[in-house]
Design a protein around this ligand. Structure first.
Ligand code: PAF
Length: 311
């Protein structure tokens, strides 16, 4: 099976390292910047929950700055989009060129709207819903730390491929230790993950703490109240979510499992990058306004995180 990992930051590099261990998987890993350059020149080092060194003799690391060799075009079975929120349209375009006739794509990026962007470019019949709660951060270019064992959920979207089409990829994810499961309601799966991110990421980022610090009663209460605002918006959009007690349990479970992780929003702020707040808490605020639901906690977090943006 040929898999392309498009947008290899922390999460993409984690998936790349783990998938490289699975027999009969051939990888194309597409990155950029200093992390991409390090991988292309020296290989990829995974540390943390597992140690793997992936040399550039074993897999092909391509660079956004250089482009992808033409022999890969039209040959990929599954494209995993793992870039930052702002890259989805570009990466879906790349997937369009790389996928074979039967090839399919999924986007593991945080936030709302990615699946829709992929569908616009690839068509609904080629796109799965997908989420990941694995926690990973980059201590240095070329190196990724697997700090929290999470889950990978694949799901179906209206008019999209189903469990039968997902099965080969689910099997490969299982062999890689990526803890996959299937959801017949891909939209609910995407919202579930967004609710976790709106609760964890801005609070951990503003407080400058690892995820585990959010287990303190005060921070947990702020995180859960933020999550509930988002859940109210989702339910108004007729998304079928678990009840509030189950949502609270999920939040506690993900924070515990990723307690030593530096969440992606804190990584962005520390690296001087703009964050993904526009597809997380800002998306909740915008949808809340449309539905007539007040989301003051999300609004406050948006204004505070945006104040840290560079431009
Ligand atoms: O964005 C992140 O960092 C991750 O989605 C998660 C699961 C919150 C772990 O830190």
């Amino acid at each position: 099976m040929r898999i392309a990992i498009l947008g290899s930051g922390s999460l993409g590099s984690l998936y790349a390292a783990l998938l490289s261990q699975v027999e009969d998987v051939e990888l194309l890993i597409h990155g950029r910047g200093s992390h991409g350059a390090h991988m292309a020149a020296n290989g990829l080092q995974l540390e943390g929950l597992e140690t793997i060194f992936l040399s550039n003799a074993e897999v092909f690391f391509s660079l956004e700055e250089v482009g992808i060799p033409s022999e890969y075009l039209g040959t990929i079975d599954f494209a995993l989009l793992t870039g930052k929120a702002g890259q989805t349209t570009y990466l879906a375009g790349l997937a369009h060129q790389l996928l074979s006739e039967q090839g399919m794509a999924l986007c593991l990026s945080n936030g709302l709207g990615h699946a829709e962007k992929c569908i616009e470019i690839l068509g609904p019949q080629r796109v799965f819903a997908a989420t990941s709660t694995h926690g990973a951060w980059r201590p240095s270019p070329g190196c990724v730390n697997w700090a929290g064992k999470g889950k990978t959920v694949l799901g179906s979207l209206p008019g999209g491929p189903g469990e039968i089409e997902a099965k080969p990829l689910l099997e490969v994810f299982l062999a890689a230790g990526l803890e996959p499961s299937w959801s017949s309601d891909g939209l609910a799966a995407l919202w579930n993950k967004v609710l976790l991110n709106i609760a964890i990421n801005p609070i951990a980022a503003l407080a400058g703490v690892e995820n585990g610090a959010l287990l303190s009663p005060d921070l947990f209460s702020s995180a859960f109240s933020t999550m509930l605002e988002g859940a109210a918006v989702a339910r108004m959009e007729r998304v079928i979510l678990p009840d509030d007690a189950e949502l609270e349990q999920q939040l506690r479970q993900v924070i515990t499992a990723t307690s030593t992780n530096i969440c992606s929003m804190l990584q962005d702020i520390r690296a001087g990058r703009n964050t993904e707040i526009s597809v997380l808490n800002q998306a909740i605020v915008t949808r809340g306004e449309r539905a007539g639901i007040a989301t003051p906690l999300n609004q406050m977090l948006v204004s505070m995180v945006t104040a840290l943006h560079v431009e």
